[in-house]
Design a protein around this ligand. Sequence first.
Ligand SMILES: Cc1cc2nc3c(=O)[nH]c(=O)nc-3n(C[C@H](O)[C@H](O)[C@H](O)COP(=O)(O)OP(=O)(O)OC[C@H]3O[C@@H](n4cnc5c(N)ncnc54)[C@H](O)[C@@H]3O)c2cc1C
Ligand SMILES: *[C@@H]1O[C@H](CO)[C@@H](O)[C@H](O)[C@H]1NC(C)=O
Ligand SMILES: *[C@@H]1O[C@H](CO)[C@@H](O)[C@H](O)[C@H]1NC(C)=O
Ligand SMILES: *[C@@H]1O[C@H](CO)[C@@H](O)[C@H](O)[C@H]1NC(C)=O
Ligand SMILES: *[C@@H]1O[C@H](CO)[C@@H](O)[C@H](O)[C@H]1NC(C)=O
Ligand SMILES: *[C@@H]1O[C@H](CO)[C@@H](O)[C@H](O)[C@H]1NC(C)=O
Length: 468
Amino acid sequence: AVIGAGIGGTSAAYFLRQKFGKDVRIDVFEKGTVGGRLATVNVEGKDYEAGGSVIHPLNLHMKHFVKELGLSVPDNQDSLMGIYNGDEFVFEESSWYIINVLKLLWNYGFNSLRMNMWVEDILDKFMRIYRYQAHDYSFSSIEGLLHALGGNDFIQMLNRTLDETMQKAGFSQKFIYEVVTPIMRVNYGQGVNISSFAGAVSLAGTDSGLWSVKGGNKLVCTGLLYASKAQLISGTVIAVEEKTRPKHTGGTVKLYEVSYNSTSGSASDLYDIVLVATPLNRKMANITFRNFNPPIPEFSNNYHQTVATFVHGRLNASFFGYKESSYFSLADIFTTENPKLFINSLGIVSPVQNKPEEAKQPMGEAVWKVFSKEPVTKEQLNLLFSAYDSVKEKKWLAYPHYSIPKNCPPVILHDRIYYLNGIEWAASAMEMSAIAAKNAALLSYHRWYRNADMIDQEDLNEKLKTEL
Ligand SMILES: Cc1cc2nc3c(=O)[nH]c(=O)nc-3n(C[C@H](O)[C@H](O)[C@H](O)COP(=O)(O)OP(=O)(O)OC[C@H]3O[C@@H](n4cnc5c(N)ncnc54)[C@H](O)[C@@H]3O)c2cc1C
Ligand SMILES: *[C@@H]1O[C@H](CO)[C@@H](O)[C@H](O)[C@H]1NC(C)=O
Ligand SMILES: *[C@@H]1O[C@H](CO)[C@@H](O)[C@H](O)[C@H]1NC(C)=O
Ligand SMILES: *[C@@H]1O[C@H](CO)[C@@H](O)[C@H](O)[C@H]1NC(C)=O
Ligand SMILES: *[C@@H]1O[C@H](CO)[C@@H](O)[C@H](O)[C@H]1NC(C)=O
Ligand SMILES: *[C@@H]1O[C@H](CO)[C@@H](O)[C@H](O)[C@H]1NC(C)=O
């Protein structure tokens, strides 16, 4: 049983099928719609990404899925970014690359360049996961996985704020406040208080070459589900309980009973292995683990609310301090931390089926996506926009509310129950869920067949080097 049909659950079904072969039964439970936090909203007849939207060029699992499933990527459109501090823009991109480089140098010295190198170094180590997984290696904890990639440095990054790490590394306060904080606010709705690891993943999200899936990222989930030949059960899993059942060959066997509600009433079924692919948070999943001894603990699992509001209208340039709106050319606005700001960011978005002619027109009518912590009020919309018609709102429990120190929840909840979403406490992203899914598929396989030598191996990087 796989509980949850987001990118984590559907990619888990896909990898489980690869490992266990065509004869095992795989059921995927979903209480809402396939895709989970990958979803689109419709504004005036066109669909826009409302949840997870951009994918890094080096997210190799996502890349592989899209290729394997025959999906495609829409044409990329460049747009200009500015950082607003509540009074004025502290940084504005120009359409001239060289001017941007000079502006960054002038404002922040070599901070920006050094940040790129710092992120690249972390990404290089992170990329080791693909070789380990290609060689079938698995990990029984998130900390173990991260340690295999980047040693104690990576482990420390879980327990140290981005602010502290960057200050220690000599980045300037101004740079952290004016450049790094706005990036955290766009990606995780939080400040530089989040862990350095989540922070580094978020910074990588500003690299060039980001992409998304034509027709919507959620198509990856429906495609993987289909490719896995798993059965989708539309229902809400309420409880999981261990049961002892007689075997027809004599003796007994221990199985997990998964109880769920669906439109046709409540039902339950028995499974050898259960993968939980949703955050175990009472507000999000509310699954009870009944009669386990020792009990499966509840871990504090607070998720951060982010509201995505889609507005079709014309921006009010004077709200952002522009006297002459015809000079306004920004299509992405990031913000610094300022209590008087009621938004985290806003930007013009293209439909998931976008065609090249739908180019971004900052001062014309456009669909803007506004991110905020709380729903945007009508008065606030009247400040942000000089005119607008449609408004669509999507409220998310989006990603962990990162606090430090924090241990990642376990991967193994019980003998054959695996939990994928603990990885979000290292960092939350589509690719992170896919990595956790492949790890859980490999781990459950190796534990089933008792391949101890494929679990938690030390020095994998050295081992695989000499194997070549
Ligand atoms: C606004 C926003 C912006 C984001 N931007 C990006 C981005 O640009 N790039 C990026 O990589 N990531 C981004 N993310 C993060 C990314 O979307 C998530 O990390 C990823 O989609 C999580 O996938 P998942 O499958 O692990 O969880 P989910 O997608 O949450 O899937 C869990 C599924 O389980 C189902 N479920 C829950 N409880 C039960 C139950 N009891 N029984 C049956 N089913 C159940 C839920 O309905 C859900 O469909 C963003 C997220 C949000 C919200
Ligand atoms: C974040 O850090 C600031 C100081 O930089 C502190 O005041 C605030 O309480 C912290 N928030 C969280 C959620 O830890
Ligand atoms: C599940 O269904 C049963 C019976 O139909 C009902 O009593 C129970 O309240 C439902 N539980 C949830 C969480 O929906
Ligand atoms: C979780 O489900 C239980 C019943 O299984 C119910 O009593 C409880 O109110 C639910 N909690 C939330 C937060 O929905
Ligand atoms: C635009 O912003 C200015 C400055 O905040 C504000 O005075 C005005 O009411 C806003 N709305 C319109 C429609 O101009
Ligand atoms: C993080 O800090 C907590 C409390 O100080 C500690 O228990 C935990 O082991 C640390 N985690 C890591 C991965 O270092």
